[in-house]
Design a protein around this ligand. Structure first.
Ligand SMILES: CC(C)(COP(=O)(O)OP(=O)(O)OC[C@H]1O[C@@H](n2cnc3c(N)ncnc32)[C@H](O)[C@@H]1OP(=O)(O)O)[C@@H](O)C(=O)NCCC(=O)NCCS
Length: 314
């Protein structure tokens, strides 16, 4: 087995592996990975995707890639074919990650590395991260079965109006996100939440790029204070499969919490999806975010998987 630079290869070499990965994401996470796979293949052909491929008898059977975002490196993905059956799959995953981590840590100007490995069980590939001084944050992948969810009228606070998301909400939404995550564990995992410019970049990624499903404006909502007319909370939902929604963001300003606004936002999204024939709604939440986890449990979400987020801060 050899580990080689991903930029030596083309989409023809990588496509069979990504087809395997697409099947795994479909069964494990009810997630259609086709859009992400096509984007990865385009970047591979353009020779601009840094990463490593695991090769045996001339065939790629595993890969991991990363991206540079200013002074931050983000581990994009890790996948080894037949990971559940191949006896040395874990070893290959760890080798690929070790190469990625070393490359990023040695890249001039890189002061921070983030990774979220949604399709890997918590702890399963933690060793190379922990050895290099990363912090580990267990996160939950939760799902709500919309077929058995009773559609209830949302009971938001009377001073708050919930209306459909619009493009004009972009800028105020970035301000709400920055304020909602001040001092929050998720701001340790994703440093985009630290600044207004970072929150705008986060929104831009969610709304304009297909990395985390396709943004679904119809099931995304804004909460507005009726008197002050300002945005105080939001929920953003993407379509990750024809009939599956995924909450990519939900937050409420601290001074408005505990009044049922979060629950009402979630109810609006679920009701909209049920009406349109969706069968499932998923989300990810940091285990340490106990209040949010309790809210999701109360709404009927179940934990499907536990995965890890890793952060290295230089
Ligand atoms: C998670 C979050 C969106 C919840 O929003 P919220 O508006 O406070 O949510 P709700 O008011 O509907 O529910 C929160 C609690 O208030 C309680 N509550 C609801 N209506 C209430 C009312 N009228 N009066 C008093 N308490 C009420 C609920 O029982 C709930 O209790 P629980 O924590 O035991 O489940 C909010 O805390 C937040 O923005 N957090 C920071 C960002 C974040 O963590 N987002 C989630 C990332 S996955």
């Amino acid at each position: 087995m050899e580990i080689l630079d991903l930029r030596h290869f083309s989409s023809v070499d990588l496509r069979p592996l990504l087809e395997d990965e697409t099947r795994v994401w479909a069964t494990m996470l009810s997630w259609d990975y086709t859009g992400s796979a096509e984007m990865i293949l385009r970047y591979v052909d353009a020779k601009i995707l840094p990463g490593y491929a695991a090769i045996e008898r001339g065939r790629i059977f595993g890969y991991s890639f990363f991206v540079y975002e200013g002074s931050k490196g983000v581990v994009g993905d890790l996948f080894v074919a037949n990971g559940d059956r191949l006896p040395n799959a874990r070893e290959v995953e760890i080798k690929l990650l070790t190469h990625v981590i070393e490359t990023l840590q040695q890249s001039p100007g890189i002061h921070r590395i983030e990774a979220q490995l949604l399709a890997h069980e918590a702890g399963s590939v933690a060793r190379p991260f922990l050895d290099q001084g990363f912090q580990r944050h267990p996160r939950l992948f939760m799902v709500l079965n919309l077929r058995s969810t009773v559609s209830q009228a949302p009971a938001a606070h009377p001073d708050v109006e919930i209306r459909r998301w619009s493009d004009a909400d972009y800028q105020p939404a970035a301000a709400v996100i920055t304020a909602a995550y001040r001092g929050h564990v998720d701001a340790q995992i994703n440093d985009q939440y630290h600044t207004l410019a970072g929150s705008l970049r986060f929104l831009n990624n969610i709304v304009r790029f297909p990395g985390c499903g396709v943004f679904d404006p119809e099931s995304s909502y804004a909460a507005v204070d009726r008197k002050a007319r300002n945005l105080i909370g939001l929920i953003l939902c993407s379509r990750v499969r024809g009939d599956v929604g995924h909450v990519t963001q939900i937050c409420v300003l601290p001074e408005y919490r505990g009044r049922g606004i979060g629950e009402a936002l979630m109810a609006m999204t679920s009701q909209n999806l049920i009406k349109r024939g969706f069968t499932m709604l998923s989300l990810t939440v940091t285990e340490a975010n106990a209040g949010a986890v309790a809210l999701y449990h109360r709404l009927g979400f179940e934990t499907k998987r536990v995965f890890d987020a890793f952060v290295w801060a230089g």
